[in-house]
Design a protein around this ligand. Structure first.
Ligand code: NDP
Ligand code: HSE
Length: 410
């Protein structure tokens, strides 16, 4: 049973960075509206910081020791915005065991330990909610869990990382270098503490794991999801994509195969310039879900940033507060090696840029559609293939020096 004292639900925020400070701001600024909608008084009681900076409007709320929060029976909901799987896992576990609901934006923790934390929440009759962990401010997990519950979901495909979408947009539209665009994303609070997680695709990987776990009902772990980021995307690739009326986007995908297994991966794709995902730019994210009853549905909005993310976190706090005497039911089954299938054997159309000539490509028997771009060096060739598994393509290309190899989304 969770804690509600004299008609009041007390909140503790762990971590006071971009998201944590946004949560404090929204809880404070919209306090009257939140109380009215929850039909209870929601009060921010503690903010836990790692640093000894105890000043500003919340100075009386700051604490440094988690046990103050853990052992305070008045605290009903803990908001974890620390990130990572070290202290965050420890505090989340202890909060759930102490009978407190936990709300988080931490996709790394949910993707790696979500199943066991949801089980722990169930055991202790409390909620573990993480809407902000995917798509920042976009409502996607709750709709997937509730509004689309009548559908057999076939696939989920999304632009899931705001930082990389921002970088690609700024490089293409404003001519910034990769480093300049990344610095802007960091200054705006979009990037992870270690931005390698963004640019190498690990953040998108964690998000597709969470989406797949909800959509298909079994835990999908990051190690089961082959992942590539955007560091291999060049302006030459962008020009070749444009020449065939396509755009390059980093996509996370989870597709249910005919045998019921899940094929999930993260990689740059060429997509039709007229497709809805092609128009998603800047820090925006979009997630397309295909269900057997609804067909295609797309969720779109700001995928990162202080207040958009806080919007989703505080909505979860409100949901947990409404369920303070019960539990908001979110769960999926355990993971396992039988849950997923590798994308290696699945046929895709490919975009290839490599050193070579059109003659060499023809000789390789690839039935390729050649592409061109202004200023291309004489020894560079780029083309689109028919649908084939990666292994077959790689054998045909043996002996040619590969530049880029991206899937084409049909
Ligand atoms: P920040 O690095 O800005 O904030 C994390 C804060 O955690 C730090 O400022 C630090 O606060 C605090 N912290 C670190 N270790 C401890 C500890 N042991 N105990 C208490 N506090 C600690 O990260 P973000 O706010 O950007 O991200 C937080 C989480 O939200 C991550 O999981 C991230 O992936 C996720 N997220 C981020 C989004 C974004 O747009 N930034 C969007 C969606 C999700 P201090 O030193 O001040 O105490
Ligand atoms: N670093 C993440 C992104 C934050 O850029 O999408 C939101 O999850």
């Amino acid at each position: 049973m969770q804690n509600e004292v004299n008609g009041m639900v007390n909140i503790a925020i762990l971590g006071f960075g971009t998201v944590g400070s946004g949560v404090a701001e929204v809880l404070t600024k919209n306090s009257g509206l939140i109380d009215g909608r929850v039909n209870n008084q929601v009060r921010l009681k503690y903010i836990m910081r790692a640093r000894d900076i105890f000043e500003g409007p919340y100075k009386d709320l700051f604490v440094k020791d988690f046990s103050t929060i853990e052992h305070d029976p008045e605290v009903g909901i803990v908001v974890e915005t620390i990130g990572g799987v070290g202290a965050a896992l420890d505090y989340t576990t202890r909060a759930l065991k102490a009978g407190k609901s936990v709300v988080t934006a931490n996709k790394e923790l949910v993707a790696t330990h979500g199943y066991e934390l949801l089980q722990l929440a169930k055991e202790h009759g409390v909620s573990y909610l993480f809407e902000a962990s995917v798509g920042g401010g976009i409502p996607i997990l709750r709709p997937l869990n509730a509004c689309l519950a009548a559908n057999e979901v076939d696939q989920v495909t999304g632009i899931l990382n705001g930082t990389t979408n921002y970088i690609l947009t700024r490089m293409i539209k404003a001519g910034l270098t990769f480093e300049q665009a990344l610095k802007e994303a960091q200054d705006k609070g979009y990037a992870e503490k270690d931005p390698t997680a963004d640019v190498e695709g690990h953040d998108a990987c964690r998000k597709i794991c969470i989406l797949a776990s909800i959509a298909f009902g079994r835990h999908v772990y990051p190690r089961q999801v082959p992942t590539e980021g955007i560091t291999g995307v060049t302006l030459a690739d962008v020009a070749y994509a444009e020449s065939c009326n396509r755009k390059i986007k980093l996509l996370g995908r989870a597709v249910k195969e005919l045998d019921g297994k899940i094929c999930a991966y993260v990689a740059p794709h060429l997509i039709d310039a007229e497709a809805p995902l092609a128009g998603v730019e800047d820090v925006f994210n979009a997630i397309m879900v295909k269900g057997d009853a609804i067909g295609d549905v797309m969720f779109y909005g700001r995928g990162a940033g202080k207040l958009p993310t806080a919007s989703a976190v505080v909505a979860d706090v409100m949901d947990a507060a409404r369920h303070i005497r019960s539990r908001k039911r979110v769960e999926w089954g355990p993971g396992g090696e039988d849950v997923t299938v590798s994308p290696e054997g699945v046929p895709f159309r490919w975009y290839v840029r490599c050193a070579g000539t059109a003659e060499k490509v023809r000789a390789a028997g690839l039935d390729a559609a050649l592409l061109s771009r202004p200023g291309a060096p004489a020894d560079e060739v780029a083309f689109l293939t028919r649908a084939m598994p990666r292994g077959e393509l790689m054998s045909a290309l043996s002996g040619m020096e590969l530049g880029s190899l991206f899937r084409v989304l049909e």
